[in-house]
Design a protein around this ligand. Structure first.
Ligand code: C2E
Ligand code: MG
Ligand code: MG
Ligand code: MG
Length: 279
């Protein structure tokens, strides 16, 4: 009996494995066609100044509405795009689209663009950024590239060179999801990140009374200040979390409390009253 059950378990497990491999193949086939079919769009989430609560920028977040699979979350298709290198053309499209959209905002509003390791390590990355800025006419100072610590896991010196090249253009670089990945602090010494983004897990933890999360945020803020970098808290959902984060000294806040990722039209709408007043 035990053997039968084991056999059944094994069989079910194999079916699941098979189903997920099948699903992956089908998702990949759709992903290959996604850009050509105009299935991708960007949403924009406000980044606000912690003190004034004014919008200082937006993070561009890609959305995929697939003909075959419906809405697929970035958490699912970005890793697949990275594995298949489809992230290179997708990332290039995101970069251009985001720079293009930012031209519709006031001059002091920045745009943050996520860049995957596979995209950053491509030899053509620097040229891609140069082209996106040239084609759209966006000032380089308005573009902030977001990378995670994972870029230093592979080819740390190539990653560093690529980032230094875009910094030389005048763009800034933010370190995303800080504290959740493989963390060696060595590269903070070598690269002038403008911003460290404190991951939502710490924000949530601190708000729920975790002394450890609180201590970590305090330490990151202090470290950033001495390194002349700014901090952005990610994933702030409530007024209590916003209050706490402000008191901890984070410079900028991003999260559902101040604004969910929204369509390009809605993001532009946030400035409409400003331009109407000017007109
Ligand atoms: P991320 O760069 O850390 O982006 C922040 C994520 O947190 C976004 O998820 C955003 O919708 C979500 N978020 C923002 N505020 C809150 C909040 O208050 N509460 C909660 N629970 N979540 C919040 P999203 O859009 O699903 O993206 C997930 C990840 O996918 C991003 O994490 C980023 O790593 C990746 N991604 C998204 N767009 C791109 C892209 O264009 N290129 C690349 N390479 N990666 C992207
Ligand atoms: Mg990001
Ligand atoms: Mg993040
Ligand atoms: Mg995060």
């Amino acid at each position: 009996r035990a053997k039968d059950m084991g056999g059944g378990e094994h069989c079910r497990f194999e079916q699941e494995l098979h189903a997920s491999a099948e699903e992956r193949r089908s998702l990949e086939a759709s992903l290959r066609k996604a850009l050509g079919r105009d299935e991708m769009i960007l949403h924009y989430q406000p980044v606000v100044d912690a003190r004034s609560e004014k919008v200082v920028g937006f993070e561009a977040l890609v959305r995929w509405n697939s003909a075959e699979h419906g809405f697929v979350s970035p958490g699912k298709f970005i890793p697949l795009a990275e594995d298949t290198r489809l992230i290179v053309p997708i990332g290039q499209w995101v970069m251009r689209q985001a720079c293009h959209e930012a031209r519709n905002w006031p001059e002091d509003i920045k745009v943050n663009v996520n860049v995957s390791p596979e995209q950053l390590l491509e030899p053509g990355f620097h040229e891609e950024v140069v082209q996106a800025l040239a084609v759209t006419g966006l000032r380089p100072e308005r573009l902030e590239i977001e990378v995670t610590e994972s870029i230093f896991l592979r080819d740390a010196s190539v990653a560093r060179n690529a980032l230094e090249q875009v910094m030389a253009l005048g763009c800034s670089v933010a370190l995303d999801d800080f504290g959740t990945g493989y963390s060696s602090l060595g590269y903070l010494r070598k690269l002038r990140f403008s911003t460290i983004k404190v991951d939502r897990t710490f924000v949530q933890g601190a708000a729920q009374g975790s002394a450890e999360s609180l201590a970590i945020i305090n330490a990151v803020v202090a470290m950033a200040q001495s390194l002349k970098m700014t901090t952005t808290a990610e994933g702030v959902e409530t007024v209590e979390e916003a209050e706490l984060i402000r008191n901890l000294g984070c410079d900028k806040i991003q999260g559902f409390y101040f604004g969910r990722p929204m369509t390009a039209d809605d993001a532009r709408g946030l400035f409409r009253h400003v331009s109407e007043r000017r007109a």
